[in-house]
Design a protein around this ligand. Structure first.
Ligand code: F0G
Length: 458
């Protein structure tokens, strides 16, 4: 028989987690104003709120931390990271930042001005936040099929190149800060973007005289999907595929907390020296001197090592394989999950799960709260709460997809944990007809509201 695929690592250190009772969780979530971000981590049994910064570092990463060079300027850790970034992405210039949104802040300070347009596939919420904060606009040109949660398409994260060209035609080039493509497309369900699509976007960038940047938080998972699904790539290595992906762009922002498997860190990669120098001023103002940005030397060392571990094929097989394992279990139980399964998370279609809850009562959040109460599993709403209000009309925005996301930390949970999670969701699914009311907002911030929103039951 074929031998089953297994994790390419064994466990050296464990961290205990504690099960609570339903009554305890019912009380805690009320105290948290029904916002899962307000819970203390001890009140959560299986925490799937994010795959960001929650991964387990390897022994090699931990030992690299001991060798961190904490010099203010010119630290060897900086040069080590620079080499890793150059080898994997091809970019000659980079700026370290403390995380992904800091990279966005620095880059956008250099290229986004009031009234600008930033077209791309579904921009992540902090990305959109940084664009709108500058009174510019993020225009979502994701392919239409992405909003059909069951249609099978190998690259549902793609940009619709026709929509993108319409935007580029409509505005003068100086109003387009850049085209920004997120790989994988987190908000559309961790769906990949094809090489062909990146190539097409590059052509449009050249034709209309604009730049193309990649939001690369999950670039290695994207490369894995290209290897598995795009003709002509099955024999290529992840390093080679990643290199080609980046070759079509002028630069990248990176939240290293995802595919580089560190708990904190980020960077910006640039092809153009002039733009690098322009952004450097903002990096020094917001993050730190250019050879450490927002990171200590030990963090840069762990990141340099993590970048290589994140592109290891057998690691990626087990990582994305675990996500699919959870997805298949849920599907077996009849739970409406987004397909194909994403690279970092399973997304549940909340509108289909709770069809009786009107969109104004936030079905995604309602489902996330029920799953928490049922089994102490923390997920996150990816729907109307996260979408914020329209910056101009201040009306609630109701995105086509109202989902919850169960994101898997890297190298942290076993498939037994996945069985538990699937059983919890199944129990909620079996009592879904008794869930008749959602939530209304008590208080909210003007931007990125889902982090701090306070809710009450309708
Ligand atoms: N871009 C993407 C595609 C992201 O998913 C994130 C973060 C960021 C940028 C910002 O990076 O958190 O390091 O500042 N996503 C996390 C998530 C928070 O849960 O999906 P950051």
């Amino acid at each position: 028989m074929d031998l089953p695929f297994t994790e390419p690592f064994k466990i050296k250190m464990v961290e205990n987690i504690y099960k609570s009772t339903k009554d305890q969780r019912d009380k805690w979530i009320r105290e948290a104003s029904f916002n899962l971000f307000n819970l203390r981590s001890e009140q959560v049994f299986i925490d799937l709120i994010t795959d960001s910064g929650t991964g387990a570092m390897s022994d090699k990463q931990w030992s690299a931390m001991m060798l961190g060079d904490e010099s203010y300027a010119g630290a060897s850790s900086y040069y080590k990271l620079k080499e890793a970034i150059k080898e994997i992405t091809g970019f000659n210039y980079f700026l370290p930042t403390h995380q992904g949104r800091a990279a966005e802040n620095v880059l956008f300070s250099a290229i986004v001005k009031e009234g600008d347009i930033v077209p791309g596939n579904s921009h992540f919420d902090t990305t959109k936040g940084h664009i709108e904060f500058r009174k510019a606009r993020a225009v979502d040109c994701t392919v239409g099929i992405a909003s059909d949660t069951t249609a099978w398409d190998p690259f549902k994260g793609n940009v619709d190149l026709e929509k993108l060209e319409d935007v580029l035609k409509k505005y003068p080039a100086e109003k387009i800060s850049c085209i920004l493509i997120t790989i994988t497309n987190n908000s559309a369900g961790g769906q990949p973007v094809s090489m062909e699509n990146l190539r097409g976007a590059r052509k449009l960038a050249d034709k209309y005289g604009t730049r193309l940047f990649l939001d690369s938080a999950r670039f290695a998972e994207n490369a894995w999907f290209i290897k598995k699904r795009e003709p002509g790539y099955s024999d290529k290595g992840i390093l080679e595929i990643a290199g080609e992906m980046f070759s079509y762009s002028d630069g990248m922002t990176m939240s290293s907390k995802k595919d580089a498997i560190v708990n904190m860190g980020g960077f910006i990669g640039f092809r153009d020296e002039e733009l690098f120098h322009k952004a450097t001023t903002y990096n020094i103002m917001f993050e730190g001197f250019i050879t450490y940005g927002g990171m200590s030397g030990r963090d840069m060392n762990a990141l340099a090592q993590g970048l290589y571990e994140g592109i290891d094929l057998s690691y990626l097989e087990s990582r994305i394989g675990q996500v699919a394992y959870l997805g298949r279990k849920m599907k077996e139980y009849g739970i409406p999950v987004l397909e194909p399964f994403g690279g970092h998370a399973i997304f549940i279609d909340a509108k289909k799960f709770l069809p009786e809850i009107p969109k104004e009562e936030f079905p995604g959040q309602t489902l996330a709260v029920e799953i928490y109460i049922e089994g102490g599993v923390r997920s996150v709403e990816i729907g109307a709460l996260m979408a914020d209000r329209d910056p101009v009309t201040r009306e609630n925005r109701y995105p086509e997809l109202e989902m919850i996301r169960l994101a898997l930390p890297r190298r942290v949970f076993t498939n037994n944990h996945m069985d538990y999670v699937a059983a919890v969701v199944r129990n909620v699914f079996e009592r879904r007809d008794n869930i008749k009311k959602g939530f209304r907002i008590l208080r909210e911030a003007p931007i990125l509201r889902h982090f701090t929103v306070g809710l009450e039951r309708v």
